[in-house]
Design a protein around this ligand. Structure first.
Ligand SMILES: C[C@H](O)[C@@H](O)CC(=O)C(=O)O
Ligand SMILES: [Mg+2]
Length: 441
């Protein structure tokens, strides 16, 4: 099953017009059209793998171009060639001696690597007939370690330390897997309080979410303090003192501004402030963490943290209290394994980011693995959920009582319906043809 050569790689620019209803809007991305560079790879013996990376509209065509540029490094390889030395393949893809100049391991080229690697992991899990989380959970620690490129992180986590963490977490693994299959992994919702939603919409969505059993809510903030005070007050009143509230500024502020602004929202008792400032400003995040700690507010970040080296430094500098891994921003499962293991070593909880198309589908596999095989803890841990666009996926997320139920289908839950892909291709799919015609473009 692993012997066929990857003979084809196709990539599509798929966009959903979410901006029409302000879904996904925040203080920096006022009108996102949730989009993906969608990769399909196929071996000459008919095995397929599906991968995505997430974007918010314009620029997806550049990611598509980058995927095409990297495809020569994949075509002709067998799945066995790749997975038998996965860290070697990872390095070949991310450190090609010419292509690395347009990264390295950051920006568009990193998103493109993520899409390709996600497709390869999907293919591998399909070949093994397992959902990806189970493929990872069943893997021997030594084999897991061989998927990680440890270059640049051994000052924070050595291979031996990573191995020790995985060996230690073997205790109670079976029990945790059974617990997940029965109860699922705790989730929080962002879908009630996108920045562009009216108060009426916010109230109605929050009230529905409460009746559905949601207990943890994230609110977008950062554009206008008085609006934020009103919105946070509304939500806090509705959810009561016991439920959790998180706030997300999507990089809107300078460091001092962040501290002063969040201090004014402290009365609503947010558990964390997410992306308070520039995602690359590690020392800035450290200063914000230090200033907000006495208020009981942590700093969360990661959705635009482009590689393991950034996460390493955030952890070393105590610059975050919640690690938000993203399935499509960094180098797929390979790099996320490194990040989850570093988070475990530094004892910082992982609370994945999933606000985008397909991100919930993919990242649920990673967080299940994190709980069962790495962290062994649910304390202060939860995975983001947004209630958009799941209908386009063949194996959509299943939420029960505000918990992610472990996927059962083989793969990474990343395959979209052909019809969805065709209709939403930019700019020639029927959805976009009609929007562009209406706009006279
Ligand atoms: C543009 C996206 O919707 C972003 O706002 C998502 C995000 O920050 C989150 O889900 O967190
Ligand atoms: Mg966010």
């Amino acid at each position: 099953m692993l012997k066929g050569k990857i003979a084809k790689l196709a990539v599509s620019d798929v966009r959903f017009p979410t901006s029409l209803e302000q879904h996904g809007s925040d203080a920096m991305h006022a009108n996102p059209d949730y989009s993906a560079a969608y990769v399909v790879i196929e071996t000459d013996d008919g095995l397929k793998g599906y991968g995505i990376t997430f974007t918010v509209g314009r620029g997806t065509e550049i990611v598509v171009c980058a995927v095409e540029a990297l495809s020569t490094l994949v075509i002709g390889k067998t799945l066995e060639d790749i997975v038998s030395n996965f860290s070697g393949f990872y390095r070949c893809l991310t450190s090609d001696s010419q292509m690395r100049w347009i990264g390295p391991e950051k920006g568009v080229i990193q998103l493109a690597s993520a899409a390709i690697l996600n497709a390869i992991w999907d293919m591998w899990a399909r070949a093994e007939g397992k959902p990806l989380w189970k493929l990872l959970v069943d893997m021997d620690p030594k084999q897991l370690i061989r998927c990680i490129d440890f270059r640049y992180i051994t000052d924070a986590l050595t291979e031996q330390e990573a191995l020790n963490l995985l060996e230690k977490a073997k205790e109670g693994k079976q029990q945790r897997e059974e617990e997940m299959l029965k109860e699922g992994y705790p989730a929080y919702t962002t879908s009630c309080a996108w920045l562009g939603y009216s108060d009426q919409q916010l109230t109605q969505l929050c009230s529905t979410a409460l009746t559905e059993g949601w207990t943890k809510f994230k609110v977008k903030v950062g554009a206008d303090l008085q609006d934020d005070i009103r919105r946070c007050s509304l939500i806090r009143k509705m959810i009561g003192p016991e439920n959790s509230l998180m706030i997300d500024a999507n990089q809107r502020w300078d460091v001092a501004e962040a501290i002063s602004y969040v201090t004014k929202l402290a009365e609503f008792r947010p558990l964390w402030i997410e992306e308070p400032t520039c995602p690359d400003d590690i020392l800035g995040h450290a200063a914000i963490s230090k200033a907000l700690a006495p208020l009981g507010i942590g700093v969360a970040t990661g959705e635009q943290c482009h590689n393991r080296v950034m996460f390493k430094q955030f952890l070393q500098a105590s610059a975050l209290q919640f690690v938000q891994i993203d399935s499509c921003r960094v180098g797929s499962v390979n790099e996320n394994l490194a990040i989850m293991l570093m988070a475990a070593k530094f004892r910082v909880p992982v609370c994945p980011h999933a606000g985008g198309v397909g991100l919930c589908e993919l990242v649920q596999h990673l967080i299940l693995f994190d709980y069962i095989s790495v962290s062994a803890s649910l304390e202060n841990r939860m995975c983001e959920y947004v209630d958009h666009l799941h209908e386009h996926f063949k194996s959509p997320t299943v939420i029960r009582n505000a918990h992610y139920m472990p996927p059962k289908d083989p793969g990474f839950s990343s395959e979209m319906f052909d019809e969805s892909v065709q209709k939403h291709q930019f700019p020639h799919g029927e959805v976009w043809r009609s929007i562009l015609e209406k706009n006279g473009s």
